[in-house]
Design a protein around this ligand. Structure first.
Ligand SMILES: [Zn+2]
Length: 481
């Protein structure tokens, strides 16, 4: 592991449907972490990957439904995810598509290395196959004979497939977690992951091509294709140069991976076994965000009428306010309801009344009293110490990937600034100019810190705030809603 470079990646969503609010959460969380570290380490020392997963039976079925050729279908939906990132100011360094030729080559190379290591074998198999999950489900996982994630009875299928010797890595994966209990956030999920690993069996990693024509060919066996998730998981290292540029790969890997609760098995267990097989280090940090629930606190479902549309929200409030709420109003780890009342209250109290208000007061007064601000050499020591203490706490939270808590701390700093100005009353007519200047100059420093650490959360507004402060231009950034 190296400290200079940081790699961060989201999971790649399937492109068979419209992006939902959960995708936005994962994208903006990863973007906030990426932006924080770009600021700290330099732009070139952070690499941020997002993308789309484009193979599998589901793609074929959905393309057919829309009357499209499968390639046109994935192009169309992949573009939608790209636009979606843009909408919420997600500034990725790579948008990875598993239908790309380079990906095919690298995924096959990954397979070959597992095979060379003796971890792939062929076997006749019959089992319960869930199309929704794109995999065989074990008897243990079935609930009332149905897939628990899709509430559908899976199909009984018999195939001769290739298997990956995941069970071979059971002990080493458990040891890895014992030695690195902090690798997974939130910590409360560690037991669940250990349980998953304790139960692992070898898994099927290919399908017959006749059943799945839209996939990557198994090396030296044209009758078989790679299982969609096996090919998709390899993207995390392929994008860094696996199979083509090992030097670059070693510079960036291992990194940080974000994913949702239904992905713990893949990210924390199967993918880690695959890494072990080809001799790469395990992921440096696994961050499992929660699920966004409906306003009623229940899982969103069309039948419950509690689905939040990210596009409606964006139209109503603007992308940055939605982003602000996703990052600071929705808890970073654990399930959390999406409540518009909370969004409005939080925006008004933290941005309009607190940060925005302080920014206006300082700029307005520095103009009306004709005093200079933004002079770091003149900040009073006690004041600077206090702000620096806040700064240290904010940094610590970001570096612990606690974005919502970092946002809360930034808000406390702005709040402290507002209390300071209220107590000092630099607007009082009998205060001499030097005093006024000291107070406002102190506050311009505080504001520069607030802006700096809000950048990962509300980048566009912060760009404007920064310029307004530097030029002392009166600006209403956050109108109350
Ligand atoms: Zn399923």
């Amino acid at each position: 592991m190296n400290n200079k470079k940081l790699y961060i990646t989201t999971t790649l969503p399937y492109v068979n449907a419209e992006p939902h609010i959960g995708h936005a959460l994962e994208f903006v969380q990863a973007d906030a972490i990426s932006r924080y570290f770009k600021q700290k380490l330099g732009r070139d020392n952070v690499f941020f990957n997002v993308g789309t997963d484009e193979h599998g039976q589901k793609m074929l079925e959905h393309a057919k439904k829309e009357g499209l050729d499968v390639k046109d279908f994935v192009d169309k939906y992949s573009q939608r995810f790209k636009d979606y990132c843009k909408l919420f100011f997600v500034e990725y360094d790579s948008f990875y598509r598993t239908s790309n030729k380079e990906h095919h080559k690298a995924a096959q190379e990954f397979w070959k290395r597992c095979e060379e290591n003796g971890d792939i074998y062929k076997k006749k198999y019959s089992g319960w196959y869930c199309v929704g999950c794109e995999r065989f489900i074990t008897e243990k996982e079935l609930v009332d004979g149905k897939c628990p994630d899709h509430a559908k009875v899976p199909e009984l299928k018999e195939e001769e497939n290739y298997f990956f010797k995941l069970s071979k890595y059971k002990d080493s994966l458990l040891n890895w977690l014992d030695e690195n209990p902090d690798v997974l956030k939130p910590k409360s999920k560690l037991q669940e992951l250990k349980g998953i690993i304790a139960d692992i069996e070898d898994i099927s990693i290919s399908r017959l091509r006749e059943n799945l024509p839209w996939g990557i060919e198994v090396p030296n066996d044209p009758e078989q294709v790679l299982y969609v998730w096996f090919d998709a998981l390899t993207n995390y290292v392929n994008v860094l140069g696996f199979g083509s540029d090992e030097k670059r790969l070693n510079e960036w890997w291992p990194g940080i991976q974000l994913f949702g609760p239904d992905n713990l098995r893949f990210q924390g267990c199967i993918w880690q076994g695959m890494l072990a097989s080809i001799g790469l280090p395990h992921t440096q940090k696994l961050l499992e965000h929660g699920m966004i629930l409906g306003p009623d606190g229940r899982k969103m479902a069309k039948t419950l009428g509690n689905v939040i549309s990210p596009f409606d929200q964006e139209e109503k409030y603007g992308a940055e306010i939605v982003r602000f709420y996703l990052l600071t109003g929705i808890v970073t780890y654990g399930d959390s309801p999406y409540k518009e009342d909370d969004l409005v209250n939080m925006y008004n109290s933290r941005l309009a009344n607190n940060f925005g208000n302080l920014l206006n007061r300082v700029i307005h007064l520095s103009n009306s009293r004709e005093v200079e601000i933004n002079d770091e050499s003149k900040i009073e020591k006690d004041f600077k110490d206090k702000v620096d203490q806040y700064e240290g706490e904010i940094q610590k939270l970001y570096e612990d990937y606690e974005i919502a808590l970092a946002g809360e701390k930034i808000d406390s700093l702005a709040d402290w600034g507002n209390k300071y100005i209220t107590e000092k009353e630099p607007w009082s007519k009998d205060m001499d100019k030097e005093n006024v200047q000291n107070i406002l100059n102190n506050l311009s420093y505080l504001l520069s810190i607030v802006i700096k650490y809000y950048i990962p959360i509300i980048p566009v507004s912060c760009e404007k705030a920064k310029e307004a402060l530097e030029k002392k231009e009166t600006i209403i950034l956050f109108n109350k809603i």
